[in-house]
Design a protein around this ligand. Structure first.
Ligand SMILES: [Zn+2]
Ligand SMILES: [Zn+2]
Length: 382
């Protein structure tokens, strides 16, 4: 009997009688991380990593939260459950389940590069691996974090010289905290939107060491922001809240910025392809490192990734879940854009992979065939 069943409430372990990241209230929920598509309110009991708890408290309110450290086993009806670093955001974990000698791992969201904040992704051996596939296309190939940080620092310095405020658009949980690692080198004060501030407070109160930030408040005079740096979530883009920073330059931080044209589409001045997810190569390396003989591919480009794995001789299947609807307005917007614009057909990808399999099948950006059609939906999300 499989250790995970894919049900209409989420990933269910029948032997242990618990769900992983359920999208409806259940008796027992094991939570991989605090992003809204993985962590929902209303369950009777929660199990999560110690650093996920303060984020869940802030996001879901008071519930019975049981916490563990990475690698610390808990037995749920005889199933040995342990959490392992996923490297995605602070507290993010993979879930390892062991029962009668069989091991399954559910990845949650993950990133294989160590960002210095979220814990280094740990490859966990298993028989069956359930993986995400958010950036599961060969066009997604990240530059190392230090290189992206240098680009951001240079951009901020340039804006300062021009008397412009640098407004960095970043997801408030994950990306915003990573930006804090590179900004103190080029600016004294870091101003943040209320959404970023709330998460910052929750983490600092839980003992996470983060650089100091200042919350933007309505009484602050506009001159205060001249040449300074502001971090704001995608929801603030194009809102009246942004007007106080004029003259400003807007830089969007998202893996989706890797695709040329997305910066322009968002009317941004700069795009930084900083992602909290593994790129194509990272996904394949992580999947291979598990040694799993069977892989289930969830939210993202499931079809492409599972087809590629099958071609490699690893048995893989797509699974439909309700993840991937993070409140990352940038991602949601650009993903729907890609669907409409037909960034790449999975056939084209498969053909490309076959001709390219030696080199890991990395297609150049120019091959994405992204359309230049006009945007129809309203960009501003408030
Ligand atoms: Zn996530
Ligand atoms: Zn996710």
């Amino acid at each position: 009997m499989p250790l995970i069943e894919f049900t209409d409430k989420g990933l269910y372990c029948p032997q242990g009688r618990f769900y992983i990241d359920p999208w409806r209230p259940v008796e027992k929920a094991v939570i991989t991380h605090a992003h809204s598509d993985h962590a929902r309110a209303g369950s009777a009991g929660y199990l999560c990593h110690r650093l996920t708890k303060p984020l869940l408290e802030w996001r879901l309110g008071p519930h019975p939260y049981e916490t563990v450290e990475w690698g610390e086993p808990v037995f749920l009806h005889g199933v040995r459950v342990s959490l392992h670093p996923a490297g995605h955001i602070i507290g993010s974990s993979q879930v390892r389940m062991e029962y009668k000698g069989e091991v399954w791992v559910v990845s949650g969201d993950y990133k294989t590069e160590d960002d210095g904040l979220s814990g280094a992704f740990e490859p966990v051996r298993c028989d069956v691996f359930v993986t995400e596939s958010t950036f599961g296309l060969p066009i997604y190939k990240w530059k190392p974090q230090p290189a992206i940080f240098t680009s951001i620092q240079e951009w901020v310095t340039e804006n300062k010289g021009l008397g412009k405020t640098s407004v960095l658009i970043a997801y408030s949980l994950g990306k915003a905290q990573r930006l804090l690692l590179c900004l103190p080198a080029v600016t004294e004060k870091i101003y943040v939107h209320g959404a970023v501030w709330n998460i910052h407070q929750a983490l600092v109160n839980a003992g996470v060491a983060l650089p100091a930030v200042e919350r933007v408040t309505p009484d602050m005079p506009r001159e205060l922001f001249r040449g300074e740096v502001v971090i704001a979530p995608g929801s603030a883009e194009g809102s009246s809240w942004m007007r106080r920073f004029s003259p400003s330059a807007v830089g969007v931080c998202s893996g989706w910025m890797q695709v040329r044209g997305n910066v322009r589409r968002r009317n941004a001045d700069a795009g930084f392809a900083l992602s909290d997810h593994a790129d194509w190569k990272g996904l394949l390396e992580a999947i291979t490192a598990t040694g799993a003989e069977k892989v289930f591919v969830t939210h993202g480009f499931q079809a492409v990734v599972s087809r590629y794995l099958n071609e490699l001789g690893i048995e893989a299947a797509e699974v439909k879940t309700e993840y991937g609807e993070e409140e990352d307005a940038i991602a949601a917007d650009l993903r729907s854009d890609s669907d409409v614009g037909g960034v790449v057909s999975s056939d084209a990808i498969a053909a490309d992979l076959r001709s390219n399999s030696e080199a890991g099948g990395v297609a150049s950006e120019g091959e994405t065939g992204e359309s230049e059609g006009p945007r129809t939906e309203d960009e501003s999300i408030t």
